[in-house]
Design a protein around this ligand. Structure first.
Ligand code: DGL
Length: 274
């Protein structure tokens, strides 16, 4: 079982920021990544649709025999947080609770913000996760829907994205926030813009880094971690969209490890046996 890959699921490419952290923090693990690019973006869609699509993808990864599931997508984590752990026999790690724990330990003033897609914002999943935090911690949720488009278009600097960031982040500055959770897979690629607008005294918490650390903890505690000295791991990437279109953008998010990309048919039973 330790030899089985870790299944990482995202709506599309963005979860590769989480996969990058997993490869860095757990270098002996093999990864099977599934991006539901054919039905992305999840962020603007109703939470019930996000939930149904996410569960189909997670079921598919479990069918492939993964030893653990990582829900890298914040919108999907928000949609299935309540019951994904009961649904599967393998450990499930999602991005919301690890990021909340990290933010609580990082904040000095107790004034924290979460920036995210509209689906994640509307689900209130981050706000719910903060109810277990100490009483002095206050959280503000701010949707930043255009950020995903900027990143996917390769626009991670320049006046347009900086101006948009200023508009989205103004309420955070008014509230004198000292810690911001990047509650969307794409936002680590905007770290420079966010720091430029917010200033260096505001701590940015990447859900990718916090999630990879949580995965390490879970695999260690369950005895599922692949030992150091194992043979080189192998990584595989599945997309519900066009594999040829997936590869270049995937390399931008993750790096040269993106080699084996194949098509996955999810949610269309007539094609599953193909
Ligand atoms: N992966 C999504 C998230 O983290 C962002 C992209 C999308 O909207 O599908 O919320």
């Amino acid at each position: 079982m330790t030899e089985s890959p870790i299944g990482i699921f995202d709506s599309g490419f963005g979860g590769l920021t989480v996969a990058r952290e997993v490869l860095d923090q757990l270098p002996h693990e093999s990864v099977l990544y599934l991006g539901d690019t054919a039905r992305a973006p999840y962020g603007p869609q109703p939470i019930a649709v996000v939930r149904a699509n996410a569960l189909q993808c997670l079921d598919r990864l479990v069918d492939h025999g993964v030893k653990a599931l990582v829900i890298a997508c914040n919108s999907a984590s928000a949609a299935v947080l309540a019951d994904a752990r009961e649904r599967y026999d393998v450990p499930v790690v999602e991005v919301i609770r690890p990021a909340v724990r990290r933010a609580v330990s990082v904040t000095h003033s107790g004034r924290v913000a979460v920036i995210s897609t509209r689906a994640t914002h509307q689900s209130r999943a981050y706000l719910d996760a903060f109810t277990a935090a100490p009483a002095h911690v206050r959280v503000l949720s701010q949707p930043c829907p255009r950020f995903v488009d900027f990143v996917e278009e390769g626009i991670t600097s320049g006046p347009e994205v900086i101006e948009t960031a200023r508009e989205y982040l103004a309420p955070l500055q008014e509230a004198d926030i000292d810690t911001v959770i990047l509650g969307c897979t794409h936002y680590p690629l905007l770290t420079s813009v966010l720091t430029y607008v917010l200033g260096e005294r505001v701590a940015l918490v990447s859900s990718a880094a916090a999630t990879a650390a949580d995965l390490f903890r879970v695999l260690t505690d369950t005895g599922l971690l692949r030992p150091s000295g194992s043979e080189a791991p192998t990584h595989q990437f599945l997309t519900t969209g066009d594999p040829h279109g997936f590869t270049p953008l995937a390399r931008r998010f993750l790096g040269p490890e993106v080699e084996h990309v194949a098509r996955a048919y999810v949610g269309r039973p007539e094609e599953r046996s193909a």
